[in-house]
Design a protein around this ligand. Structure first.
Ligand code: F1P
Length: 346
């Protein structure tokens, strides 16, 4: 995350510069719609960005799996701005989606990790995430770096469009600068997360629930568990639980809530009550000092306070650690999970 921000964010000067974006900033600020494409974890980063771009910059956003987009006949209009996200920069579906959008006249901006990769070369412009090489196959630091870069883009374009106040702009820059230190604080919960992982090592299913910006975090938490531990896991918006998944809940079902103090906090608290009433076992990611949820659930993992917009950068990390420890305890090779490739080039 720190590398994704280095040289770009300076809260004292009030500056936020993304080299790759400067030439295309006018196009982004003028966009009638942003279309985001990506696969897997990169698609989840796109979902986080949807909330942030719409909230701050008030530009409508659509997020689509590149693997679907490429086989449809999508409508691309003048003033659509396409953002393609990829850790490896080599994912065949994302590359094909870019080529399709380009053939329809769209402007394509890449958010990639690997410098000089095929996707970086195929896009009109882009910003590198600078997350360094992912050692394992499953994206972890790539996710937080992608979200960092996309958040910076959203803040910068919101400033340009005048859709956020100077006060909020400054506050977000200061908070962004605080994020690497707060991530270190989250990592201190590793031992506690390990203990929780030990208890749930042999669970057969997991549900992850969150609202708002924490909904894509729930999806990402579930994907990490599937990818590296091979446990069936589903992520849902917490409010959707009553429309189906609630039927799954009993004393054998671990439910992971991302329940940080934000605008949907009270609603999430009532979702937790619904799960507890059905004897579900709840692990909650909460904002530090939250005594209410502490008194309701089986396990809590505390993370530091930050602005709601930046919360996914912190709330995703305990979920990555939980998957990691469960996978290790089950004897899985976390760096090289079965059936997965680092870049899916077919
Ligand atoms: C997309 C992706 C990853 C996933 C796995 C397979 O890769 O779905 O999110 O963890 O490695 O590929 P990319 O386009 O972001 O490189």
């Amino acid at each position: 995350i720190a590398d994704s921000m280095r040289g770009r964010v300076n809260s004292e000067e009030g500056s936020l510069q993304l080299g790759g974006l400067s030439e295309y900033m006018g196009k982004l600020a003028d966009a009638k719609r942003i279309i985001i494409v990506g696969c897997g974890t990169s698609w989840h980063a796109g979902l986080v960005a949807e909330y942030i771009f719409e909230e701050l910059a008030r530009i409508p956003v659509e997020v689509e799996y590149a693997s679907e987009f490429r086989y449809r006949n999508p409508i691309i209009r003048e003033k659509d701005f396409v953002i393609a996200i990829s850790q490896s920069g080599e994912t065949a579906d994302t590359l094909a989606a870019i080529q399709l959008a380009k053939s329809k006249g769209a402007t394509i901006f890449g958010v990639c990790n690997v410098v000089g990769s095929s996707i970086a070369r195929e896009t009109h412009a882009g910003a590198y995430t600078h997350a360094g090489p992912e050692i394992g196959v499953a994206s972890t630091k790539a996710f937080t770096a992608q979200v960092t870069v996309l958040t910076q883009m959203a803040i910068a374009v919101a400033k340009k469009r005048g859709t956020i106040s100077e006060g909020l702009y400054r506050q977000l820059l200061i908070e962004l600068e605080n994020i690497p230190r707060k991530v270190e604080q989250v990592l201190k919960a590793a031992d506690k997360i390990k203990e929780i992982a030990f208890i749930f090592t042999y669970a057969r299913n997991f549900i992850y629930l969150g609202r708002g910006l924490n909904f894509p975090v729930a999806l990402e938490g579930a994907l990490k568990l599937k990818e590296i531990s091979y446990i069936h896991a589903e992520g849902y918006p917490a409010a959707e639980m009553k429309h189906g998944p609630i039927a799954l809940i009993d004393e054998d079902m671990p439910v992971v809530f991302i329940a940080t103090k934000d605008s949907s906090y009270e609603k999430v608290v009532s979702n937790i009550q619904e799960v507890k009433a059905r004897k579900g076992r709840v692990i909650a990611i909460v904002t530090e000092g939250d005594s209410l949820i502490h008194s309701m659930v089986d396990f809590v993992i505390e993370i530091p306070k930050t602005h709601e917009i930046l919360m996914p950068l912190l709330s995703s990390i305990p979920l990555q650690l939980l998957s990691y420890y469960i996978a290790v305890m089950r004897g899985r090779n976390v760096d090289q999970p079965r059936n997965l490739a680092k870049s899916v080039t077919v």
